[in-house]
Ligand binder design. Sequence first.
Ligand SMILES: [Zn+2]
Length: 402
Amino acid sequence: MKRLLLSALLLVSLHPAEARLSPLATPPDWSRLNVYQGTISRTDFVDLLDRVYAPNGAWHDYITVTEAGAVIRTSGEPFVLRFAPDRASAKAPVNSWRPRGGLPHEEPGKPLEGLRIAIDPGHIGGPWAQMEERWFKIGNTKPVTEGDMTLKVAKLLVPRLEALGAEVMLTRSKAWPVTSTRPGQLTKAARASLEDKKADITAESLQKESERLFYRVAEIRRRAKLVNETFRPDLVLCLHFNAEAWGDEKNPKLLDENHLHFLVTGSFSASELDYEDQRFEMLTKLLNRSLSEEVAVTNALSKSMTAQTGLPPYLYRQANAIRINGNPYLWARNLLANRLFTCPVVYVEPYVMNNKLVFDRIQAGDYDGRKEFGGAMRKSIYREYADGIVDGLLAYYSKRSL
Ligand SMILES: [Zn+2]
């Protein structure tokens, strides 16, 4: 067994690769995976790769599996992960976050006591909404800006979850970036990113890419640092509103489609795994076993959000997302905003903002009680969203000492 592992190691180390990194990524420290030595059996490791993290053989060029362990390609020496002989003898991984079973007992009237939860209101909003392409406007109506809407829901959630005993942290509390980096400082990185994508480099494409690296990469990396190093929560909830392609932002298409889904990290492609940082981040998520917690929370949230919103599940038509664990609302997809947070992460995607009825509900803003939309009496869209989240968290975390 040992000889097999060694020869695989030699084979891989004959071809050391240059560290290829995603924009603004730092080279990973592979020794950090040593805490996961002996924590997973070969069968479970391969099953998680095939079923969730890197389906269709996407991992085969980067990871060599032998009976004793996995040899992982890095730009330096290959990293060797030893397997547990079987599931029963696998050591439990040591993590900063606690699964439901590791939380302290709840106190009377405080069903979420002890839970540390970080809420990430997706996007930035405010004066940044147009740059981040989360903005559309019809005539003289209020512009629809996802970053402001997710913040509204987050702010409704904080006092409610705190009253139930949870400790709640927000990655941002206003419509302003958390990162201090601005597009003007990212021209060099933008050029490298365009070259890596083999895209044309013009003044316009450089400007666009610098902006994208600012709001979609630097901003998310900063939030992840905050969550992983400072907050260290048991769960991250990424709040979003979905949309279908709306075309011209000043003359957007309104549609009849409306849906809901949840994302966990997974479905890495071979070309994504070619980036050393993504390969490392995928393995960190796989080995720390946040998936079982993510699936359990999502199963509760998909029931409660469906009960509140009545929305049908979204169906991805692209190959970059896969349905997992038999829940029609649950998809695995590789996003910077879910793979970078090392603890369990559930990414919530309800409502199509350019659905006709949803658009009317957004225009109505937040309000008490109910108003009529399309013949039905509805809560404000923000309260309905927040109620769905609270109900789901209660269903999953309460009565845990029974
Ligand atoms: Zn979003």
